[in-house]
Design a protein around this ligand. Structure first.
Ligand SMILES: C[S@@+](CC[C@H](N)C(=O)[O-])C[C@H]1O[C@@H](n2cnc3c(N)ncnc32)[C@H](O)[C@@H]1O
Length: 335
């Protein structure tokens, strides 16, 4: 998770304005490495509290925080927050689902502060166990290749719903899919006016990428996954363990935020659905969509993924025009 903590340090350095002014809480701290890096590498925190329930992990945590100015380790069940409403930055990185800790973590984040949340229960969030997704998150997931982005949007929806319980709202500043987990940094703010970013997708009215079987998916967070201004200020931190990888991710992520449409197309799925013998190459497909007057960018979620504001009918038309000569015998027979 070194890369992930690098991104966390880059995020906090870009977000924090005043030196040594913030208070932080790492909810499920294990060794404390995540919060200790934030404390040591950002210069933004005056104090950082670490909670850990496991005896062996707490012993390591205690040793790690010893002598670190501003660091406080507490041996406790983190579902009981150490103090209500008192932290500028709360980091929740448990095993599996964050839901058992979410209400407490949100209550402990001051309005104007940040809550960062990891969920590793991707088998549930990304659709492999749809009954569990409905039970746990109250949402119908997307199965298959778009499942992880669906899971990220279900997590964001859960954060927004939980914030509403305390008459507040969340604003995603940086939310991403990575390997076996999803992670979101949200600003906790007063309730906002304007269109509701939470919604379900009814497949018969949906003109974006096909979401697979089922007539109804969600509810999801359907708004932007991040903040362009903040992403523009993020750079790999000097102590990064994987600086080149962080830089590559940030470049792609910044570009991706220019097209906030949910979900993306992939050449293989397009070719399969349209009956093309060969998938259209992703870069020519992107350029053709841009030439046709749409926005189209690569996504951080999958190397071949293309996020676009073009309706599906246009994506299909452009994909056919690139791969038209390659239509398979079966597709010609069907046509
Ligand atoms: C995924 S690890 C944390 C990793 C850490 N955030 C990092 O970046 O290295 C999850 C930790 O949560 C702890 N934990 C699980 N349930 C807890 C609870 N109810 N209260 C406090 N800690 C808990 C586990 O003992 C484990 O050390």
């Amino acid at each position: 998770m070194g890369w992930d903590r690098d991104v966390g340090v880059a995020f906090a350095r870009a977000w924090a304005r005043e030196p040594r002014s913030l208070t932080g809480w790492e909810v499920t701290a294990a060794t404390g490495i995540r919060g200790l890096r934030l404390l040591g590498e950002t210069g933004a925190f005056s104090t950082f509290t670490f909670t850990e329930a496991n005896d062996a992990a707490f012993a390591v945590l205690s040793a790690n925080v010893e002598g670190r100015a501003g660091a406080l380790a507490v041996h406790t069940d983190a579902r009981d927050p150490p103090a209500p409403g008192s932290f500028d930055y709360v980091d929740l990185d448990p095993y599996g689902s964050p839901l058992p800790f979410l209400a407490g973590a949100l209550r402990a984040t001051r309005t104007g502060g940040i809550l960062a949340v990891t969920a590793t229960d991707l088998s549930v969030l990304a659709g492999a166990q749809p009954a569990a997704t409905e039970r746990r998150y109250g949402a119908v997931p997307v199965r298959g290749r778009l499942g992880p982005e669906g899971g990220l949007r279900i997590l964001l929806m859960s954060l927004a719903v939980e914030a509403r319980r305390t008459d507040r709202a969340v604003r995603p500043l940086l939310a991403y899919v990575r390997g076996h987990y999803v992670r979101a940094y949200v600003g906790v703010c007063p309730p906002t006016e304007g269109p509701d970013p939470i919604g379900s997708i009814e497949t018969d009215r949906w003109t974006g990428p096909p979401l697979g079987a089922g007539s109804h998916h969600g509810p999801f967070w359907l708004g932007s996954l991040g903040d362009r201004g903040l992403a523009a200020r993020m750079v790999p931190p000097p102590g990064a363990s994987a600086p080149a990888e962080v830089a590559r991710f940030l470049d792609r992520y910044r570009e991706e935020l220019t097209v906030p449409q949910p979900f993306y197309y992939e050449p293989n799925s397009l070719a399969h659905r349209l009956g093309l013998v060969r998938p259209p190459a992703v870069e020519p497909l992107r350029r053709a969509l841009v030439d046709a007057g749409f926005r189209a960018v690569r996504t951080h979620v999958r190397p071949e993924g293309l996020r676009t504001d073009a309706p599906r009918s246009e994506v299909d038309r452009v994909a056919r025009s690139i791969g038209g000569a390659d239509q398979s015998q079966n597709a010609r027979v069907r046509a």
